[in-house]
Design a protein around this ligand. Structure first.
Ligand SMILES: Nc1ncnc2c1ncn2[C@@H]1O[C@H](COP(=O)(O)OP(=O)(O)OP(=O)(O)O)[C@@H](O)[C@H]1O
Ligand SMILES: [Mg+2]
Length: 409
């Protein structure tokens, strides 16, 4: 990794742009990635992964608005406001908006660059310490957390996560499903549940976590699966923070064998918080050029964020060759092997969803149900799972279904 700090500038002011460019070239440790006149212009450009994003507008309010938009695109972005002579009120607002620092435009040029570097390095050190702590916590537990992700809506994340979680539970492993699609989560509908409490209430009510507290917010499914349902409203969803997600998942990992996490198509700080404390990641795509190109983008981001591809697996959903693409095209576009394939049976899948019943339970012999059981077999083989004593009695044996697929380890 280069030691240079990659900096991007957002400003619509030519004079500020020239001044900041001068700072960045004066202090040798910066790599200047360029300047954009607005958040929108940046959004429509290529993906950059800046270490620091400087935001300079004449007033503080548009700068803060740009930062709140930018933090969705760059959830790990560190933002610095460039401003002249800010008022006490403005400084307070910047602190509230989680701005890393501000730079006074009127100060000495070289000093501004050095200050900027200093606050960046202090923050990075703090972040790296935190990451090390999270990584070390991750190894002490035997339990596994599996995250289903995909940056396109409707590819089948929820269908696969709910059905697979129920298969895990039905086979006697202590399993909990967490619906992290905070604004549009519908896993409870797929499972036919009417939750009394959800992640939304948990976010508003709980400050000290232990297993008894957690239980009050879980719903229970007939398969034996426990479920932490998504918040009921956008207001409740706003209460959920990345820190809460880390704590919730780490608490569940102490209580369960498997934590299955369903996610939204948005790559945001909630998703990254889940990734930080999880073990295995399943990238879901269908056989569509647009979906596959987006999946490739997500993988590029994955690599740039420093996550390992060794725990990432591609599940190709609704696979069929009727619409012009072949599995070889999927490899060509995604440049990643297919770990598992599921067929396409819209009638059966939609019918199960509309009835609030899981396909794997209602029609265990349906092709998709058998393929999901096959996926569970494969994962259990890899995890060398042996049911713990407390749930050994409940274990049911399944036929070791072998799927015909171009699967690779
Ligand atoms: N293997 C399949 N065969 C046929 N239809 C499927 C299959 N998998 C999913 N679907 C259908 O695709 C639709 C979207 O599925 P699902 O809700 O699981 O996607 P998602 O990735 O969770 O979407 P979102 O990102 O919007 O939450 C559903 O109507 C479902 O019936
Ligand atoms: Mg979904």
């Amino acid at each position: 990794m280069s030691n240079q700090v990659r900096v991007l500038l957002i400003t619509d002011d030519q004079v500020i742009q020239e001044k900041v460019e001068f700072w960045l070239t004066t202090v040798g440790m910066f790599e200047y990635l360029g300047s954009f006149p607005s958040f929108r212009a940046l959004q429509s450009s290529q993906l950059y992964l800046p270490d620091l994003i400087l935001v300079a507008f004449e007033d503080i309010d548009p700068a803060l608005q740009a930062i709140s938009q930018l933090s969705l695109t760059y959830p790990r972005g560190r933002f610095v406001i460039v401003t002249a002579n800010p008022s006490v009120q403005a400084v307070r607002e910047m602190m509230r908006a989680d701005v890393l620092d501000y730079i006074d435009l009127d100060q000495d040029v070289a000093q501004a660059g050095v200050d900027l570097l200093q606050s960046y390095l202090t923050d990075r050190e703090r972040y790296e310490r935190l990451s090390m702590q999270i990584l070390s916590e991750r190894v002490v537990t035997q339990a596994r957390s599996l995250v289903f992700l995909g940056n396109k809506g409707g590819v089948g994340k929820s269908t696969i996560a709910t059905n697979l979680a129920a298969v895990f539970a039905q086979r006697g492993t202590k399993t909990v499903l967490v619906d992290l699609d905070l604004r549009s989560g519908v896993d409870h509908l797929f499972l036919g549940l009417s939750p009394e409490r959800t992640l939304g209430e948990l976010a508003k009510e709980v400050t000290d976590f232990d297993s008894t507290v957690m239980d009050r917010y879980l719903s229970h499914h007939s398969s034996g699966l426990d479920v932490l349902c998504a918040p009921r409203s956008p207001e409740d969803a706003n209460e959920v923070t990345p820190g809460l997600i880390r704590t919730v998942l780490q608490t569940l990992l102490r209580q369960y064998d498997y934590v299955i996490v369903d996610t939204s198509p948005l790559v945001d700080d909630i998703l990254l918080a889940a990734v930080d404390v999880s073990h295995d990641f399943f990238l879901i795509s269908t056989m569509n050029v647009n979906v596959l190109h987006n999946a490739r983008r997500l993988m590029d981001l994955w690599n740039k964020l420093g996550y390992s591809e060794s725990n990432l697996r591609h599940i190709l959903n609704r696979a069929n060759t009727k619409h012009g693409l072949r599995v070889s095209d999927v490899h060509r576009i995604l440049k990643f092997s297919v770990f598992w394939q599921l067929g396409n049976d819209e009638r059966a899948v939609d019918r199960a969803i509309n009835d609030g019943e899981l396909l794997v339970l209602k029609h265990p012999n349906n092709r998709i149900s058998r393929e999901i059981n096959g996926l569970a077999d494969r994962l259990f083989d890899q995890y060398r799972y042996r049911p713990t004593r407390r749930n050994r009695g409940k274990t049911r044996r399944f036929r070791n279904f072998k799927q015909k697929t171009t699967v690779q380890g």
